[in-house]
Each structure stands twice: as structure tokens, then as C-alpha cells.
Design a protein around this ligand. Structure first.
Ligand code: 5AD
Ligand code: SF4
Length: 439
């Protein structure tokens, strides 16, 4: 009997990467490998990397360094480094120099070549297959989904926006959309499985979906309309959106369709018009606020989240205060806040007036304090209210209830059934969490 072979995948970064890892898992399982949560016992270790901020990159480098000892113990161990980090200029060469015991460095544009590499592996030394440019779209990937109730579906790849701080357009290439029929087929088959309560459509800027077809017909709302017609008990969410492209047509569509999730992620990045201009975001805080007003007016139970960068080059205390004012105005359900990180090759890396780390750190702390205060007063309004919920599991495997607008209610006790629909009453708030019980 052949010895059982194991794989270990560690994913860094965004949901796009989480989903890519599901494709890697699909390939490896097809080749007969079984998942393990221990690096020590695995035959293949894959790091699916991120380079959006320097902190991510440093953490990954340290972790690759740690693999040296494992490789020394097990000469047959296959080490694969893939994901955004590998697409940066000069990175494969740097990885080879620092970590010659890596077996394969593979880029984001040709990830599907991993399967053939592993199939034909014969103890080879360092190899790098990183395509400089994107080519078409690979369909029919084998996907091993990591969540029991939440599925990801790519609708497009790449980004054309070139925000001046962002590395993504350089490592993920230009925008290209999957065909409507291919996406519909994938969502139909997920709906048939009848276990996914949420399907999240993925793209760097989903609002420009389909525009590359130049057929004057296909756009994001056109796609959503097809997807909402698929039978089944599931909600559709999407990420990420760009405020400059978020149309009234889309807001109306979400408001009208039960299948559309009421949780919307709309990254604003800054509340200062001067900083937004330097970021090349192509909207003003006034435009953003108007958009948010329209959303709150039209979409019942909207739960809005955002991304903020503090300490972008040239950001003054006044600019930062404008971001704080925007938070007070928009009353986000939660925010993802980041300290600006210089990324080589992006325009902002060479802008004057880089903000000292101490000031960035101080601003991010104040930003989170303010947001906590806003959230606490918003959440207090929920105490005593009852919601239709679906029972799900959180990332630690504990049962939680998800409201229609994607709020999480922590549940007391343990006797629940995954996927069950129950009415949950919010009893109290603890820090920034809702705590409740079945009504
Ligand atoms: N520094 C800090 N945060 C960044 N983001 C993107 N690039 C950078 C950077 N260089 C943030 C943005 C984006 C989120 C995914 O990451 O807020 O929306
Ligand atoms: Fe980066 Fe801007 Fe594209 Fe988002 S829209 S991936 S922030 S360049």
C-alpha cells in the first residue's frame, strides 16, 4: 500500500488568496494528498503569500526561514511559495538567494501549473515559474472549499485603478472578467448543494465587472440579475467595491432583491479630498457621503464596512481629522484600518512628506478608539431586538447567529444545528460584540 501523503497550506492576505488556496487544495487532493494542520508531518508545504503591506511580507519571510530546519529533517519535503509576493519584480531571485531550499516559486498568473509540477516532481532543486503578464482565465478549477456554509466565486481578476499606494495592479495584472455563463454555472452548482447560506463574489473592483467585454450589455447588475434568478436559499455578497463606480442602479438592485446581502464593504481610504486626490481614488469625500446617504435611504438594514489608510504621504492632522469626521458621519458597522506602508514600485513610495511611524501609530490608535465608541453606541440600540438568523460557526468553530444584514450574535450554550434558521434576541453587548439567545 502506498504511504499516505499530506499537504499543509498557509494563506496570508485577502479573500482572493483564501479562495486561491481552495484551488490549490483542490489540485493537491486530486493528486492524492490529504490535508494536515501540522507542518512537521506534511510532504508539501504551500505558503500562499500577500504583499499588500510590508508587515505581511516580513512575517512571511520569517516563516519561510523557519522551514529550513524542517527541510533538513525531511529532504523529500516539497516547499512551494506562491501568491502576490512572488509576482514582485526581482522577488524570485531574492527568494532563491535567501532560501535556496525552496522547491517552487510560482506566480499568480499561472497558479494552475502547480498541479503538473507536483505530478512530475522528481526531487528537483529551486525552480521559479512566474509569468510576467496575465493570460486568459482558467476555467474548471477543482475547488476544495474550506467553509461549510460560505462559498467564494471569482467573477473577475486584476485591477486597472492604480491607486498610488497599492501594489495589487502590479501583481494581479489588468482587469479581466469571467464569462457570465461560467459564473452562473458555478453558482447554480453551489445552490444545488443546498448548504451555502452565503456566496461571495470576488474581484478587486466588482463594479467594473464585464466592462472589458465592451458589448454595451454586460455589467455587474446584469450579472447579479442572472444570479438572483437561480433557485435556492442563499444570499449573495461581493467584494470589493470602488466608490467611484458604485451606481444608483446597483443600490436600487440590492434594495429590491431579497437574495442580496445587506452587508456592503465600501473602502473609502481617507476623508480628506487632498489625500484622496493624491491616492488617485477619483472621488471626493462629498461624493462618498452622498453615496452612503443613498444606500442608507434605500437599503433597509444596511451594514456598511470600510477600509481606511492613515499616514499616507503628506497627511496632516487636519486631513486625519477629516477622516475621523467621515467615520462619525457614516457610522460604519466596523472598519479595517491600516497604517500606510511604502510599497516599492508604487508612485506613493517616492512621494515627499512621508509620515513618521510614531505619528501613523498614534493616528491608527485614535482611529480605532473613535470607531469603537461609534460602534458601542450603535450596538446598544440592538439590545432587546429580535432577528431572523442563520446558525453558523465562527473562525474558532463556535456556534454564532448571523442576522440578515450579516451581524454576528454570539450565542450562549452549545446545542445548535449548523444552518438552522432561528429567531435570536440580543440580550447584551460585551465590548463590541452582540450576545444573544434563541427567542
Ligand atoms: N499600505 C497600507 N494599506 C494598504 N492597503 C492597500 N495598499 C496599502 C498600503 N500600501 C489597504 C487598503 C485596501 C486594503 C485591502 O488594504 O485600505 O483597501
Ligand atoms: Fe488596489 Fe485601488 Fe485596485 Fe483596490 S482599487 S486593488 S486599492 S489599486
Amino acid at each position: 500500500m502506498e504511504k499516505q501523503k499530506f499537504y499543509f497550506i498557509e494563506t496570508f492576505g485577502c479573500q482572493m488568496n483564501v479562495h486561491d488556496s481552495e484551488k490549490i487544495a483542490g489540485m493537491l487532493r486530486d493528486l492524492g494528498y490529504t490535508e494536515t494542520s501540522e507542518k512537521e508531518t506534511s510532504d508539501i508545504i504551500v505558503f500562499n503569500t500577500c504583499c499588500i503591506r510590508e508587515t505581511a511580507e516580513l512575517k512571511i519571510m520569517a516563516k519561510i526561514g523557519d522551514l529550513k530546519a524542517l527541510k533538513r529533517k525531511n529532504k523529500d519535503l516539497i516547499i512551494v511559495i506562491c501568491g502576490c509576493m512572488t509576482q514582485q519584480q526581482g522577488m524570485p531571485q531574492l527568494l532563491k538567494k535567501r532560501f535556496p531550499y525552496i522547491n517552487l516559486v510560482i506566480g499568480t498568473h499561472n497558479l494552475d501549473m502547480l498541479e503538473d509540477y507536483i505530478r512530475n516532481y522528481n526531487g528537483s532543486k529551486f525552480k521559479s515559474i512566474v509569468w510576467e503578464h496575465e493570460e486568459g482565465i482558467t476555467e474548471n478549477s477543482k475547488i476544495y472549499r474550506s467553509s461549510e456554509n460560505h462559498a467564494f466565486v471569482n467573477i473577475m481578476y486584476g485591477c486597472n485603478n492604480f491607486c498610488t499606494y497599492c501594489i495589487v495592479p502590479y501583481v494581479r495584472g489588468r482587469e479581466r472578467s469571467r464569462k457570465v455563463e461560467d459564473i452562473v454555472r458555478e453558482v447554480e452548482s453551489l445552490a444545488k448543494e443546498n448548504k451555502y447560506s452565503l456566496i461571495t463574489l470576488l474581484g478587486q473592483n466588482v463594479n467594473s465587472y464585464g466592462l472589458d467585454f465592451k458589448d454595451n450589455k454586460t455589467n455587474f447588475v446584469y450579472l447579479l440579475d442572472k444570479l438572483c434568478k437561480i433557485e435556492g436559499d442563499f444570499k449573495i455578497s461581493f467584494m470589493s467595491s470602488h466608490p467611484k463606480d458604485f451606481s444608483s442602479e446597483l443600490i436600487d438592485f440590492i434594495a429590491r432583491h431579497e437574495k442580496m446581502s445587506r452587508a456592503i464593504h465600501l473602502p473609502v481610504q481617507s476623508g480628506s479630498d487632498e489625500i484622496l486626490r493624491k491616492m488617485n481614488r477619483r472621488y471626493t469625500s462629498g461624493h462618498y457621503k452622498k453615496l452612503v446617504d443613498e444606500m442608507y435611504n434605500k437599503i433597509e438594514n444596511l451594514s456598511l464596512t470600510t477600509d481606511i489608510i492613515v499616514g499616507f504621504p503628506g497627511e496632516t492632522e487636519e486631513d486625519f481629522m477629516e477622516t475621523c469626521n467621515l467615520l462619525k458621519y457614516c457610522k460604519f458597522s466596523s472598519i479595517f484600518g491600516f497604517v500606510y506602508s511604502k510599497r516599492n514600485g508604487t508612485p506613493a513610495a517616492s512621494f515627499d512628506n512621508q509620515v513618521p511611524y510614531k505619528i501613523k501609530k498614534d493616528r491608527i490608535c485614535r482611529l480605532f478608539d473613535l470607531q469603537h465608541e461609534i460602534q458601542r453606541s450603535e450596538l446598544a440600540r440592538y439590545i432587546g431586538q429580535k432577528f431572523d438568523c442563520i446558525i453558523e460557526k465562527d473562525e474558532k468553530g463556535r456556534f454564532v447567529a448571523k442576522t440578515f444584514n450579516n451581524k454576528t450574535v454570539k450565542l450562549k450554550g452549545k446545542d445548535y444545528i449548523l444552518g438552522d434558521k432561528r429567531i435570536v434576541e440580543v440580550k447584551e453587548i460585551n465590548k463590541n460584540e452582540l450576545i444573544g439567545e434563541i427567542a
